[in-house]
Design a protein around this ligand. Structure first.
Ligand code: TTP
Ligand code: MG
Length: 464
């Protein structure tokens, strides 16, 4: 959920307690590249956006069907990261504190959601299922996917006898379904049928429900998909783009506009989406540079020609934990050991070989409670990498020692410290064949020949 690129795409949401692999990043923050790079015939596309309902809660209800009719909250530390819709009827909301949630709904059943293994597995099953229908699928966060179905729609249109009998499945934004004229938008009408079919497939094959948005680009598909929740879908017609953009309560609601960008826009006096739509481009260019300025203004207007980019396997695997306070080396060692031990297991299952180990910390400071993250990383020599991917048990101790060296490069433990987050990450993942040809240096691993990086309130998996 974490980027740079003149921070037009930087993180939108600070997740409470989660891993930060690309696959578990929240939506816009996960680098959907809204607004980037036009593809051919971009405006004629049909893009679907899927967002699963109360995702972690659904996974837990599949694992234990007895939970299905109970109000259920998924707890990470003191926070309900999500809850099922029964709990939502009682006033429980995502990211509510456990105390408040229990007050709203004393019968709330809590399930611990800190181990993401089952959520990740289900998340990839959904993406794989969508890809089996249409290859152009882009993951966005752990429970969202874009699918570019333009070609599928064109094939269906070509096979359909000339007709003025199209219909929309589900809702049509700002229309009663019956009023919307599908014959003016046959591609979107067919797209709405395909969305229904894909939601039905997700439901029958994986037992999950979710919402879908159908529109001409990623930005709009994402914005429209949550209009009716849960388990519904909505199509956005081009004539209603202005309406949907106008309904956004502020610039942060525009996917692709993160916290930093919003602050810079605010400094220029821009608060609403309309402010950005009407702002002189030349002034915006002075602040952000040409391409970013244009992209920002386009986003505010609902224009987004960025392609759906097929998501391959993630380029890094990481695990992290946040906490109120860790201030002793012993606790750091324990935490790093725990995080690395589950990460090594995941890396082994993944089968690829990591080339780099990175440690990220967040220090607490009185002036800036959520201070920047700071990282150090070092190369992993080939034979250690091989041990990691083959699941050899004796590699953990070596990795922990190395991670502790990275830690000591960032923290003077004698001077006292206060950490609120630790993240361990394997990056530069290579197939074992490719890794065998590369030369990781044992010397630099043991001596921790490092490089560093700072990220503002984020943890982009990026090699520096
Ligand atoms: P969301 O799609 O935001 O939420 P959801 O799927 O639970 O509910 P909805 O029906 O409103 O879409 O996030 C997907 C999962 O990500 C969610 O089930 C739990 C997790 N999550 C976090 O771990 N931390 C967070 O801050 C948020 C917002 C979500
Ligand atoms: Mg969801």
């Amino acid at each position: 959920m974490e980027n740079s690129d003149e921070d037009v795409d930087e993180d939108e949401t600070e997740w409470k307690n989660s891993c930060t692999d690309e696959e578990v990043l929240p939506a816009a923050a996960a680098g959907a590249n809204f607004g980037k790079e036009a593809g051919p015939a971009a405006s004629h596309r049909v893009i679907l956006h899927f967002d699963l309902d109360c995702f972690y809660a659904q996974v837990e209800m599949i694992r234990n069907p007895a939970l299905r009719n109970m109000p259920l909250g998924i707890q990470q530390k003191y926070i309900i990261v999500t809850c099922n819709y029964v709990a939502r009827e009682h006033g429980v909301t995502k990211l509510m504190s456990v105390t408040d949630a229990k007050e709203k709904c004393p019968l709330l059943v809590l399930v611990k959601g800190e181990d993401l293994t089952h959520y990740r597995e289900m998340s990839y099953k959904v993406t794989d299922l969508l890809m089996s229908y249409c290859p152009l699928v882009e993951r966005l966060g752990i429970d969202e996917n874009f699918v570019d179905i333009t070609e599928m729609v064109e094939r269906r249109l070509a096979q359909t006898p000339v007709s003025d009998n199209y219909s929309f499945e589900g809702h049509v934004y700002n229309h009663n379904n019956a009023d919307a004229n599908p014959n003016g938008y046959p591609s979107l009408a067919i797209g709405s049928h395909i969305a229904t079919e894909l939601r039905a497939a997700i439901n029958s094959k994986l037992g999950l429900t979710g919402c879908a948005g159908i529109a001409t680009n990623k930005l709009l598909a994402k914005l429209v998909s949550g209009t009716f929740k849960p388990n519904q879908q909505t199509t956005l017609l081009p004539e209603n783009i202005r309406d949907i953009m106008g309904c956004l309560s502020g610039l942060r609601k525009v996917p692709g506009v993160g916290h930093q960008t919003q602050k810079r826009l605010q400094a220029l006096g821009l608060v609403s989406v309309q402010d950005l739509q009407l702002f002189p481009l030349a002034t915006l260019v002075r602040e952000f540079g040409g391409p970013s300025a244009q992209r920002l203004q386009n986003l505010a207007l609902g224009i987004d020609e960025s392609p759906v980019t097929t998501t391959g396997a993630p380029q890094s695997l990481s695990d992290e934990d946040s906490f109120k306070k860790i201030s002793s080396t012993k606790e750091v060692l324990q935490k790093i050991n725990d995080l690395l031990s589950s990460l090594v297991e995941r890396m082994h299952k993944d089968g690829r070989q990591p080339q780099t180990l990175r440690l990220t910390i967040r220090k607490f400071t009185v002036t800036n409670k959520w201070s920047s993250r700071e990282s150090r990383q070092c190369p992993i020599p080939n034979h250690i990498g091989q041990k990691i991917s083959s699941g050899s048990s004796d590699v953990l101790a070596q990795l922990v020692t190395t991670a502790m060296k990275l830690f000591h490069k960032m923290v003077d433990s004698k001077a006292g410290f206060h950490l609120t987050l630790i993240n361990v990450c394997f990056t530069n993942l290579q197939s074992r064949v490719a890794a065998a040809g590369s030369k990781g240096s044992i010397t630099s691993f043991l001596t921790c020949n490092t490089s560093s990086k700072r990220t503002q309130g984020s943890s982009q998996d990026q090699v520096v």
